[in-house]
Ligand binder design. Structure first.
Ligand SMILES: [Ca+2]
Ligand SMILES: [Ca+2]
Length: 513
């Protein structure tokens, strides 16, 4: 409890051990229940890496730190806890060659990689759990890379039977497997209701045949191995490449505390269909159906937030219901409960080649390190959905931005804002050229203005009263109203989470499907 004054700490220590144990058990229990599934998730995520993270600690890249990425993350675990983050999305966990960001997995069961050794990997997860932060693994199972060639799969050992029969490998002689008879190739995915053009095939690597039970058994073994290492949830890569029903199956068997998919960025309505089909409890109708669904990254919000950069605050009102998946109530369903909002990730914004030059299409960040990034965070961190903060923004863009993000997360948690919170857009602010909303949390109300100053809008302009200022920055401000109007509060820190016993993949027998 680092933020408590000494006297308060002493009095806490004086509480009986039995009482503390009960309290801790209750807190951990509540954490599990709320993590399993359901709506109104009040967690906040940190993306625990960026594109170049794999370069740290490798002599080929002297410009980066002399420590592997896992060691860097571990060293700031207490700061992540202090920031009130609950989830951390970690990079792909499997071996993908000597130097790789990991999106071409070669050996699923081998858990050392360019981000660190196996020991560093285990160690960062243990430290995160001890700091109350849930590690989320980046699961790349649309496609796979061969050990040295196109399709020489090792650990687990798979043959051409594991590759979708229309994969590019069967038509390009360089793969060495073009002679494979059709009946010895893997089944392709049947087309899905939500995606009539068929699931995506990635031309760079081999598309995995999920319809094959041997493939699924090894993927299930892999996920259980990752859970035993310390991961508690899944960020599924490129989920438009295989059927949502497999996500439902993998989640049903592994029960992650959190699940989110990266679906084709601009296919908003398909994203809804995909979410619907990922429900592990699919027999349940209406809104309850979505309670067991996977979340999706809300790229639509990210696109719309860029209107901030030109000062177009009217765009944040959308068509009267706000922006993105968060503002979507198609079929009367609360899609916001399954939306993960963000401003930037490892695939967007400024990004470099191995020689340090900017990649094509990645010369600029989506939001500049000034009022743009601040105002965009003032939106996602006060609104429904599960917000995800980008590593660079929190750790590399200066202490001023870090403190502002921290204050926003604190305001969110103190008010009890969650993925399903109700938003009331303020039309009077719209008339004065800025954006403002009242967001209702479990504990109180939060008011946010983006753009302009108090002269354009402050909560009293809408008749609200008895609130306190919680965060402010360049052209934005956040207030919180709590019962009894107490002074500014600090949200509690997460209790430690249990550390599982590691089990190698060959010692794991997945449950029956
Ligand atoms: Ca392919
Ligand atoms: Ca595919």
């Amino acid at each position: 409890m680092p933020s408590l004054p000494k006297r308060a700490t002493n009095s806490v220590i004086r509480l009986s051990r039995g009482f503390c144990a009960i309290l801790l058990a209750l807190l951990i229990c509540c954490t599990c229940l709320w993590g399993q599934a359901g709506f109104e998730d009040d967690r906040v995520m940190l993306q625990g890496f960026y594109w170049e993270s794999y370069r740290h600690g490798h002599t080929q890249f002297p410009a980066y730190e002399n420590k592997h990425w896992y060691a860097i993350v571990e060293s700031v675990a207490p700061a992540i806890r202090e920031g009130r983050f609950n989830l951390i999305w970690m990079p792909p966990p499997s071996f993908a060659g000597e130097l790789s960001a990991g999106y071409n997995p070669k050996e699923y069961f081998r858990l050392d990689n360019s981000y660190g050794t196996f020991a560093e990997h285990r160690s960062v997860l243990v430290t995160l759990l001890q700091n109350g932060i849930e590690p989320i693994a980046d699961i790349v199972i649309n496609h796979r890379d061969g050990e040295n060639g196109w399709a020489d799969f090792k650990n687990p050992d798979w043959g051409p039977w594991a590759i979708c029969r229309t994969d590019e490998a069967f038509s390009n002689v360089a793969s060495g497997i073009t002679n494979t008879p059709a009946d010895q190739r893997g089944d392709c995915e049947e087309s899905a209701d939500y995606r009539p053009e068929g699931t995506y095939q990635y031309p760079d690597f081999r598309d995995i045949a999920h319809p094959d039970p041997r493939v699924r058994k090894d993927i299930e073994r892999y996920l259980l191995q990752l859970q035993s290492l310390g991961y508690r949830g899944w960020r599924y890569d490129m989920v438009h490449g295989y059927q949502a029903k497999w996500i439902a199956l993998y989640n049903r068997l592994t029960k992650p505390t959190f699940s989110v998919g990266e679906y084709d960025w601009d296919k908003h309505s398909q994203q809804r269909g995909w979410m619907w089909e990922t429900a592990t409890n699919s027999a349940v109708p209406n809104a309850d159906h979505l309670k067991s669904s996977s979340s999706v990254f809300d790229f639509t919000s990210q696109f719309s937030l860029k209107s901030i950069n030109s000062g177009n605050y009217a765009a944040l009102y959308g068509f009267g219901n706000g922006i993105g998946m968060v503002g979507d109530n198609t079929d009367g369903l609360p899609w916001k409960n399954r939306a993960v909002t963000f401003l930037e990730n490892h695939d967007t914004g400024y990004r470099t080649n191995d020689d340090g030059t900017p990649q094509q299409g990645h010369q600029f960040d989506s939001f500049a390190n000034n009022w743009q990034v601040e105002q965009a965070y003032a939106q996602v961190l006060t609104h429904p959905g599960v917000p995800c903060v980008y590593w660079k923004h929190y750790f590399d863009w200066g202490s001023d931005l870090q403190n502002k993000i921290k204050a926003l997360i604190n305001a969110r948690k103190v008010a009890g804002i969650n993925a399903g919170s109700k938003v009331d857009l303020q039309d009077n602010a719209r008339y004065s050229g800025v954006y403002a909303a009242r967001v209702t949390g479990r504990n109180g109300e939060l008011y946010v203005r983006i753009g302009g100053s108090d002269q354009q809008w402050q909560p009293s302009a809408s008749g609200y009263s008895d609130y306190r200022e919680y965060a402010e920055g360049a052209g934005w401000k956040v207030w919180v109203k709590l019962p009894g109007n107490p002074p500014v509060q600090q949200a509690p820190l997460s209790p430690p989470l249990s550390v599982p016993q590691y089990r190698p993949a060959d010692q794991i027998q997945p449950p029956a499907e």
